[in-house]
Design a protein around this ligand. Structure first.
Ligand code: ADP
Length: 380
């Protein structure tokens, strides 16, 4: 230590200050660099930085995930490590043009679709980096495709009854109305087709409502009378086909459900059990309570569903292609709506069936406890 009177004392002090400043600067640089690396590492988009010599400088975890191999290989030539021709070409173009490139690329080895940005980053006059940013849009693309398929299916399904209505009404206007037999027959067809149209529009609206109205509005219901009321609404069909309905739910059984969503499920299952049944057929409705769930079953001794169709009946617009089924005038949307409603209620649906013997649809739902403020409700 120099004494304050020493002639180099001031100089030594300044050197000490500079040294400590330098140490602090180095420390904050390391901290910043660490923060920067961990930020890149935790990003959910794939990031790879390449240097001027086309070598990897750094690459994050998401990039290795997308490429399904380790990509954080500093010093390696990127083209030897990337297994996708389109992506390599896009990067190559950035090196050639010194301009940002953008494209949607399908990775052939895992069928993922990535939104790819290749950014040219000038660092100094003679020095630059190339940054590869990959955003996984596979799911978005799938949803987009499903929406397109849905719209084209809906248009196709709507067109069939509309074409029939237009065709038959034109024939009537062009003179067929003068023939009483044709008049009656054509009006009957027009009426049937307009009913189909109404059913289709109602089902489509139900589908739209599920996504828009995801929140559950639960209430405690007494299941037996609730079902009796729904059965009543089918009286015309039941009487016409002489179907026997057995409501086997215990009269005291109470349960907490979303009143409207569950009603929709029961409606559809009951309607199908009546529709895909022979005259004088039977339908049984039953329920069982378990510790955390409860089950609602709709069983019929109707036409049954073949093994290979059993999962497909829950798809939108899927109808079993038999002449008998076709005469029933359904939309093919009923069970897909049911499946979505059941899922919205946190449950599952399954079916067992045998052709010529009958079908049994089982809906399993969670037991919901009603909140305290909804008084007079027993715990489920
Ligand atoms: P829709 O009844 O409007 O055709 P759904 O989605 O409700 O549409 O049903 C799809 C298909 O599943 C029906 O076309 C029918 O062939 C078959 N299906 C549904 N429920 C039953 C059942 N209980 N018994 C026999 N077949 C059924």
């Amino acid at each position: 230590m120099l004494a304050p009177t020493d002639r180099y004392y001031q100089l030594a002090q300044s050197i000490n200050q500079i040294q400590s400043l330098q140490r602090n600067l180095a420390k904050s640089f390391v901290t910043q660099q660490r923060g920067y690396f961990s930020l890149i590492e935790y990003l959910t988009i794939g990031v790879m930085v390449l240097d001027q010599d086309q070598k990897i400088y750094l690459s994050n975890h998401a990039m290795s995930e997308l490429m399904e191999r380790e990509m954080n290989l500093p010093g390696e030539i990127y083209a030897n490590e990337l297994r996708n021709y389109d992506l390599s070409r896009l990067i190559e173009k950035t090196y050639q043009t010194k301009k940002e490139q953008h494209a949607e690329i399908k990775l052939d080895f895992n069928n993922k679709i990535v939104d790819s940005h290749i950014v040219f980053v000038p660092v100094s006059h003679h020095h630059f980096l190339v940054m590869v940013l990959l955003y996984d849009i596979t799911e978005l693309k799938e949803i987009e495709q499903m929406q397109l398929d849905f719209v084209s299916n809906v248009s196709h399904e709507l067109k069939t009854p509309i074409t029939a209505i237009t065709g038959f009404s034109e024939t009537l206007l062009n003179g067929a109305a003068d023939d009483p037999t044709a008049l009656k027959e054509f009006l009957k067809i027009i009426h049937q087709e307009s009913q189909k149209l109404t059913a289709l529009v109602e089902d489509i609206l139900s589908l739209a409502r599920i996504s828009a109205n995801a929140e559950l509005k639960t209430d405690q219901i007494s299941l037996f009378p609730y079902l009796q009321e729904i059965i009543q609404t089918f009286k015309p069909e039941i009487d016409k086909k002489q179907i026997r309905i057995f409501n086997e739910v215990p009269p005291a059984f109470k349960i907490v459900v979303d009143y409207n969503k569950f009603r929709h499920v029961v409606n559809n299952l009951l309607q199908n059990a009546i529709k895909y049944n022979d005259p004088t057929g039977s339908v049984w409705l039953s329920s069982t309570q378990f510790s955390k769930t409860w089950e609602f079953k709709v069983r019929d001794n109707g036409w049954g569903i073949a093994n290979d169709q059993r999962e497909r009946i829950f798809e939108r617009f899927y109808r079993i292609d038999t002449s008998r089924s076709k005469q029933t005038g359904g939309t093919g949307l009923g069970l897909s709506v049911v499946k979505e409603y059941v899922a919205a209620m946190g449950g599952t649906i399954k079916v067992t069936s045998q052709v010529g013997v009958g079908s049994e649809f089982t809906v399993t739902l969670p037991l919901i406890q009603k909140r305290k403020q909804d008084s007079g409700v027993k715990q489920a």
